[in-house]
Design a protein around this ligand. Sequence first.
Ligand code: ZN
Length: 82
Amino acid sequence: MLGVDDIEIISKFVLKFGKDKQMPRPLRSKLCSLCIQPGAIFYRVKYLEDGDWVFVCPQCWEKVSQNNPFYVYGGTWKAKKK
Ligand SMILES: [Zn+2]
């Protein structure tokens, strides 16, 4: 049988566990693949002939998308705000 002390320990553990579960998640953030700056909006692009998909900030996106025959647009990534 559980003693009063045991129950208290368990309820403290449950409280702590519950608190940890409710911790707000850190804001999702990315870094631009070109200028390595964090931001809230990125464009998923390919800008090299056999390049991989990378995320670039709007500033770098303008640079890599203009006059680039290898530029491919793959979507927009936005940080989720609450
Ligand atoms: Zn950038």
